[in-house]
Ligand binder design. Structure first.
Ligand SMILES: *[C@@H]1O[C@H](CO)[C@@H](O)[C@H](O)[C@H]1NC(C)=O
Ligand SMILES: *[C@@H]1O[C@H](CO)[C@@H](O)[C@H](O)[C@H]1NC(C)=O
Ligand SMILES: *[C@@H]1O[C@H](CO)[C@@H](O)[C@H](O)[C@H]1NC(C)=O
Ligand SMILES: *[C@@H]1O[C@H](CO)[C@@H](O)[C@H](O)[C@H]1NC(C)=O
Ligand SMILES: *[C@@H]1O[C@H](CO)[C@@H](O)[C@H](O)[C@H]1NC(C)=O
Ligand SMILES: *[C@@H]1O[C@H](CO)[C@@H](O)[C@H](O)[C@H]1NC(C)=O
Ligand SMILES: *[C@@H]1O[C@H](CO)[C@@H](O)[C@H](O)[C@H]1NC(C)=O
Ligand SMILES: *[C@@H]1O[C@H](CO)[C@@H](O)[C@H](O)[C@H]1NC(C)=O
Length: 338
């Protein structure tokens, strides 16, 4: 019953009035694109469309495999502190297996527009992403999301189940409802102050403690620099504001209560040492103590997903694909092969 309601809602997607692809291969785009000067591994294209009465550009990479016999398309969704480019290693593995790989930067992130008067919702970001795919003529996808991208991939799969052949959630956020567990609501204005104070030192300290089990390797540095440059780039202020609204979005729009409605085969990948919990920094100690336990959350949530499978690693943190790419890719490709 509930599933058929979702299907009829999904069928209602209407293309935005204005929609065009600006091809980065044929139209050179600036290296510093919408406030990010990071060099991406493949040509960056723009999807220009109208949303919430404004014209926006969503940057994305769309990479064809050498051997196209597979005919499958993988859509990779980045996390809040990442960009499409952070998926480069995974994209190479998927390309090697014959997948076409599409890597968008969500509105408000990285090389995409940073509208300060945008109502961010997971549904809006999912709709933007689906309309990009529609513009590219892409139907069914293998959907892979990390962190906030995992929460977004869950929402996307609930809205457009007929297009998601298989779903992979990599240390997704949203495995719990932080506000329901006692995290106090913080205004967007106050979250903005924290966002605007971000610097290399604070970003690195956060990633070390949350993503990498307190270890640090030189190759992690590039992702800190990439993010820090957006905070301090030409649209830094707008970026911090968008990120404050995005934090509000993930806090107030749980997906936790809908995991039971996912009807596609789903892989949940979890590093048990991940301790990500939105709002932890501003919560009292007793609340901090009960949130962000991925070693427990993974097992709890996979039981809710009808065709769910859990792969968890005791020794890894929030970003297994960066911390131990070989192990991550082996598990991913084994599961994708069925
Ligand atoms: C951009 O143009 C190149 C060269 O013509 C083509 O191979 C590629 O598929 C195009 N990409 C998009 C997203 O339209
Ligand atoms: C984003 O970049 C594109 C390409 O340079 C540009 O046309 C657009 O105006 C930029 N958007 C913003 C909000 O700066
Ligand atoms: C939408 O934008 C147009 C052009 O900027 C403006 O004239 C119009 O009033 C806007 N609509 C709303 C509802 O704000
Ligand atoms: C392309 O991949 C398919 C399946 O993986 C394989 O059977 C085929 O030999 C490959 N073709 C080439 C030209 O490598
Ligand atoms: C991914 O990109 C980063 C940053 O450019 C680079 O350091 C790393 O070597 C790349 N990894 C792969 C597998 O290409
Ligand atoms: C896409 O998936 C649907 C099931 O959701 C299936 O009926 C359809 O045949 C698939 N299309 C292609 C081109 O594989
Ligand atoms: C970076 O931010 C932290 C926390 O906001 C602050 O204590 C520190 O002084 C800042 N460091 C630099 C070099 O600006
Ligand atoms: C990228 O942007 C940052 C922040 O504005 C700046 O410090 C850095 O020099 C820029 N790098 C390049 C290669 O332009």
């Amino acid at each position: 019953m509930k599933v058929s309601v979702l299907l009829s809602v999904a069928a209602a997607l209407v293309s935005p009035a204005i929609a065009e692809i600006i091809n980065g291969t044929t139209t050179p785009l600036p290296e510093d694109l919408n406030g990010s000067n990071f060099t991406y591994p493949w040509p960056v294209n723009l999807y220009r469309f109208a949303s919430q009465n404004q014209s926006l550009e969503m940057a994305f990479m769309d990479v064809a495999p050498r051997n196209t016999s597979n005919e499958k398309t993988a859509l990779l969704l980045h996390g809040k502190n990442f960009c499409g480019a952070t998926w480069n290693a995974t994209a190479k593995v998927l390309l090697g297996a014959g997948y076409r790989v599409i890597l968008p930067d969500q509105i408000g992130f990285c090389k995409s527009s940073k509208p300060t008067n945008y109502q961010f919702s997971l549904q809006q970001l999912a709709l933007n992403t689906r309309s990009l795919l529609q513009e590219l003529g892409v139907g069914n996808i293998t959907l892979i999301g990390h962190s906030m991208g995992g929460m977004l991939a869950t929402r996307f799969s609930l809205m457009y189940p007929q297009h998601v052949t298989e779903l992979v959630l990599v240390d997704p956020i949203g495995l719990e409802d932080w506000l329901a567990k006692g995290v106090p609501y913080l205004s967007i204005d106050d979250i903005y102050k924290n966002e605007a104070a971000s610097n290399y030192t604070s970003i690195r300290a956060y990633q070390q403690a949350t993503y990498y089990v307190n270890e640090w390797r030189d190759e992690y540095d590039v992702w800190v620099v990439m993010l820090n440059n957006v905070y301090h780039g030409s649209l830094g202020k707008q970026f911090a504001w968008c990120q404050a609204r995005v934090t509000d979005m993930v806090l107030t729009q749980p997906v936790l209560y809908e995991f039971g409605l996912l009807n596609m085969r789903t892989l949940l990948v979890v590093g048990d040492k991940d301790n990500t919990a939105i709002g932890k920094q501003w919560s009292p100690p007793e609340v901090q103590a009960r949130i962000g336990h991925y070693n427990i959350l993974g097992k709890e949530v996979v039981k809710m997903i009808p065709k769910g499978m859990l792969v968890e690693w005791e020794d890894l943190g929030h970003s297994p694909q960066v911390q131990n790419p070989d192990r991550f890719h082996e598990a991913l490709m084994r599961w994708l092969a069925g």
